[in-house]
Design a protein around this ligand. Structure first.
Ligand SMILES: Cc1cc2nc3c(=O)[nH]c(=O)nc-3n(C[C@H](O)[C@H](O)[C@H](O)COP(=O)(O)O)c2cc1C
Length: 195
């Protein structure tokens, strides 16, 4: 394996599929960011101000879309954290994905290792959104970490007023998820950088 590109700190971006002020998904993502090892630097992107994708503009999009594409290109990997809307991915997240996937032949996501974590106040933990998102990641050529799958159900009961994960089992699970993600990224990166 070519390890010549190995670097100590990985640059990861996180996209959250909720714009809600008190979003459980964003709160959980912030907790993950704090828990992540120093070698896994995660930056939460704001995707709420992006325009709706319009193919007429894909060759010369506004600066905010160009900035998204540039940030995705710089990143070593992407963490997608999503609630479930009508058994699928919220439009705001799909919109950001579409914006950075174009124009044809200039897909900014290509080859970036990804991880998916889905949430719900319900028991199923956003399973439908998680699986739909994985299907999309295949289309944009992102190797998505297969295991551990992360379906965080009853999410509203797992966080306290300060945004900390109060449930010890969930904290352990999240710590393992992050460690696996770092391993996954480092395993994929030589291929990414030689592409
Ligand atoms: C349009 C819409 C559709 C929803 N559909 C689902 C669903 O299919 N499955 C589910 O578990 N929760 C569903 N919910 C409830 C969300 O899981 C809940 O609002 C959750 O708090 C959203 O995530 P957030 O807290 O990060 O904003 C839906 C909510 C909205 C607004």
């Amino acid at each position: 394996m070519n390890t010549s590109h190995t670097k100590d700190t990985l640059d990861v971006i996180a996209l959250v599929g909720s714009l809600r002020r008190e979003s459980f998904t964003r709160t959980l993502t912030r907790a993950l960011i704090v828990m992540a090892a120093p070698t896994l630097h995660i930056e939460l992107l704001n995707i709420g101000e992006l325009p709706l994708f319009n193919q007429d503009d894909e060759d010369a999009p506004p600066p905010i879309t160009q900035a998204l594409r540039a940030r995705v290109r710089r990143a070593d990997a992407v963490l997608f954290a999503t609630p479930e809307y009508n058994r699928s991915v919220p439009g705001v997240l799909k919109n950001a994905i579409d914006l950075a996937s174009r124009p044809y032949g200039a897909n900014a996501w290509a080859g970036k290792p990804a991880a998916v974590i889905s949430t719900s106040p319900g028991a199923m933990g956003g399973f439908g959104a998680n699986q739909h998102l994985r299907q999309v990641l295949m289309a944009i050529d992102m190797p998505a970490m297969p295991q551990p799958e992360a379906y965080i159900g009853n999410v509203h009961k797992l966080l306290d007023a300060e945004g900390q994960i109060v449930d010890a089992g969930t904290r352990d699970f999240v710590a393992g998820f992050l460690a696996s993600f770092e391993t996954w990224i480092r395993r994929q990166r030589p291929a990414v950088h030689e592409a």
